[in-house]
Design a protein around this ligand. Sequence first.
Ligand code: NAX
Length: 328
Amino acid sequence: TRTPVNVTVTGAAGQIGYALLFRIASGHLLGADVPVKLRLLEIPQGVKAAEGTAMELDDCAFPLLKGIDIFDDPNQGFEGANVALLVGARPRTKGMERGDLLAANGGIFKPQGKAINDHAADDIKVLVVGNPANTNALIAQAAAPDVPAERFTAMTRLDHNRALSQLAAKTGASVEDIKRLTIWGNHSATQYPDIFHAEIAGKNAAEVVNDEAWLADTFIPTVAKRGAAIIEARGASSAASAANAAIDHVHTWVNGTAAGDWTSMGIPSDGSYGVPEGLISSFPVTTKDGKYEIVQGLDINEFSRTRIDASVAELAEERDAVRELGLL
Ligand code: NAX
């Protein structure tokens, strides 16, 4: 029998945590034949609610779930972790400046990065969901010098899935007929969903759409502002769709992209496509055997270039701000 994979989830008592844990335990994160042990990390005020969720996980009698432990100490929470989903973060509250937000999250992600460095398993893979996800991932990565930098990733898969769904609705295609869509840049309002290399049932998506005004004025803002639209409608931020995207991100990273397709992941830049090395930016990537590679050689037109550059400039500003705060 296989040794269980240790999966650490931070913010386990939050709303994404609640939507995420049951799918991990039922085998959707890693595969239907992979046993898992859950390590839930919360702040002390969140521990009791996490215990309640753990009771419900017990009550599901998932065959693949081989244990649940709950911690409020990151050093224990990341002990032996093979996969870490960093969901818990400090949300922006009223009157908070960006600098305050970055500093508050630095106080979470720097110690968590250090704990991953010191206690996680050698094959650790990290996905940061908590916002600002790209920069939180950068802070954690910088605090973990002994872990290969490429193991730290940030989630743009929700944006990717939102873009797939919007494009399918516009063209009447099925989502599974759409390939090679890309989210570039930051998981923020500046992100750029790119359909110029995408294909719909084998045809170029931009040609099928053939409507640049729709792209600029409807598609891009709808995808980029979808989080706010969900809050407006639901009275709470995206939870199940965010959890679903986290599952997709890790599942694809571990199990590979389909032939002829790619996905979007926030990853440390190697300088490709003019994105400064080290910034954690979203790119088109293929994955195989637990490793990812940036898709190379794509022609970037003027329309795309401007938008990628704007989002990357925002990432560079965030990096400079956290550097100034002594977080890098
Ligand atoms: P909730 O406020 O429901 O839950 C957050 C949980 O994290 C709480 O239980 C809290 O006690 C815990 N927490 C706080 N600090 C912690 C720490 N230092 N260690 C461990 N746990 C800690 O938020 P939820 O709706 O679950 O969202 C979580 C994060 O995901 C937010 O930062 C949110 O902005 C972000 N999102 C990111 C998305 C993405 O696409 N990358 C989309 C969805 C979501 O908005």
